[in-house]
Design a protein around this ligand. Structure first.
Ligand code: PLP
Length: 481
């Protein structure tokens, strides 16, 4: 190749043209989102067969690439933005969030240290504090953004481990230390166990605490487990309480759990990845009662707060706990501002950090704290209405309380009484609904019973959509053997 031949990137004019075409495509996508099948008619491998197995050797025409995007990708995509998407925890790629993601890609900042991204570093601290206020959490919490709650819990348990071993683990590893234990309810998210695996604590050292009839951790059972472990020579390191469990959205009694952690002796982490959003509504602030005593708390704005994937905010009472755990400053990261600015790479496992704060900032500004609360509240009202419909319908039953916006229920036709038959029937109903492309739900097992699980969390879901989905569910169930 001729060394003088500069290849570079598209010209700014070309970039503008493709962005304009992209903007138009996105606008059109949302205008016609309801024409998409929520879950496409597709089998594993179908999509791979549409892609060449070798990379192109010569650059291809961008117009052609965009045309291929439009032709190939949407039919092989699960449309989380469809108003009838109700699986797992429904979320939203909101307009301000999409705009922010585009701009963030344009700036392509890496907020590892202040100098590598001043606005991005400082905005992260400011918007996390905005969110803190919106959730009614106490002053002075340090907040930063991770990609996911699963990574945030790894960061927080690493800090708890550092504190419990007085920093010994940092240099020597775990060998020779007493076994550290983590406690979480049997309903807690699997990321807690995964963090224990990653951190070398061992999954067996996550002690599962029994839950009550409403799926909430039983504080007495926690107290007994901690006391027993102490007697047996284990070191209780952390308790993970959940506000909005993944299966049933139950709420652990954090106010009763906190005193058992003895004010800092055992690290208290609150997993409010989904449920924290509810506290933006003033009348539901109580869901975070007791969380003022937590050492750390995670909320995912990418779940029920209308911020596109990925954005998970970790609050920590004492930022120093994180810094002591993670800070390593190689000479190439030393900057003149080290003493006067926060370098966010010092507070977590990642060095490179995307400008995620921008989308949280734009979403909060575009809707306002009241607008966000009103949208969350609308979802709560829809969930209540759905529960009424279920209660009034013949042969339908709700299988768990629904304190948030996720409802668990099943079809229970007369004469069908054994669990295995009910499971078979409801599995077929679920499969049939999802295959229709009209709506998309997931399932869970509630105390041995198979439940349809309908989560409401998408900004575009209106009452009319939910009613149509409920009619579809009933109609499918009535004709499914
Ligand atoms: C979704 C969820 C998680 C995991 O969140 P990611 O950001 O996907 O890692 C953890 N805990 C609870 C309670 C959740 O609902």
């Amino acid at each position: 190749m001729d060394m003088d031949e500069y290849l570079g990137d598209f010209s700014p004019e070309e970039l503008t043209r493709y962005l304009q075409a992209t903007a138009e495509w996105i606008g059109d996508y949302f205008a016609k989102i309801e024409e998409q099948e929520v879950f496409p008619q597709i089998e594993p491998g179908d999509f791979t067969r549409q892609l060449p197995s070798k990379p192109p050797t010569k650059g291809e025409d961008m117009e052609e690439i965009l045309a291929d995007f439009a032709r190939l990708i949407p039919p092989a995509t699960t449309h989380w933005n469809h108003p009838n998407f109700h699986a797992w925890f429904a979320n939203t790629g909101s307009a301000p969030g999409i705009v922010a993601e585009t701009l963030s890609a344009a700036l392509n900042n890496n907020a590892m240290v202040w100098r590598s991204g001043p606005a991005s570093t400082e905005m992260e601290l400011v918007v996390c504090d905005w969110l803190r206020q919106m959730l009614g959490l106490p002053d002075g919490l340090f907040g930063m953004i991770h990609d996911t709650a699963s990574v945030a819990v790894i960061a927080t348990l690493a800090a708890a481990r550092h504190r419990a071993t007085r920093g010994e683990v940092r240099e020597k590893g775990l060998r020779g230390l007493p076994q550290l234990r983590v406690y979480a309810s049997e309903e807690a998210h699997s990321s807690v166990e995964r963090a224990a695996i990653v951190l070398g604590l061992g999954s067996k050292n996550v002690v599962k605490i029994a839950a009550d009839r409403e799926f909430r951790m039983i504080p007495r059972a926690l107290e007994e487990a901690i006391a027993q472990d102490r007697k047996a020579g284990f070191v209780p390191m952390a308790v993970v309480a959940t506000v909005g469990t993944t299966g049933t959205t139950s709420i652990d009694p954090v106010a009763q759990i906190a005193p058992l952690c003895k004010e800092g002796e055992v690290w208290l982490h609150v997993d409010a990845a989904y449920g924290g959003a509810m506290a933006t509504v003033p009348q539901y602030r109580w869901v975070l009662d007791g969380c003022e005593h937590a050492d750390s708390l995670v909320v995912n704005p990418h779940k029920w707060l209308f911020v596109p994937m990925d954005c998970s905010v970790l609050f920590c009472k004492n930022a120093e706990d994180l810094r002591r755990t993670f800070s390593l400053v190689p000479s190439y990261l030393e900057t003149p501002e080290d003493k006067i600015a926060r370098n966010l790479t010092d507070y977590g496992p990642a060095m490179g950090r995307r400008f995620r704060a921008l989308k949280l900032w734009m979403v909060i500004r575009a809707y306002g704290s009241e607008g966000i609360a009103a949208r969350v509240n609308y979802h709560l009202q829809l969930a209540r209405e759905l529960q009424d419909w279920i209660a009034r319908a013949e042969n339908w039953e709700q299988l768990a309380p629904a304190p948030m916006s996720t409802v668990l229920f099943r079809h229970h036709p007369r004469g069908l009484s054994d669990e295995a038959a009910l499971e078979r029937h409801n599995r077929s109903v679920l499969e049939e609904i999802n295959r229709s492309g009209q709506a998309f739900l997931s399932h869970t097992i509630v105390r041995g019973s198979f439940a349809l699980r309908l989560a409401i969390g998408n900004l575009r879901t209106q009452r009319s959509h939910l009613l149509a989905t409920w009619r579809l569910i009933q109609e499918v169930a009535s004709r499914t053997p």
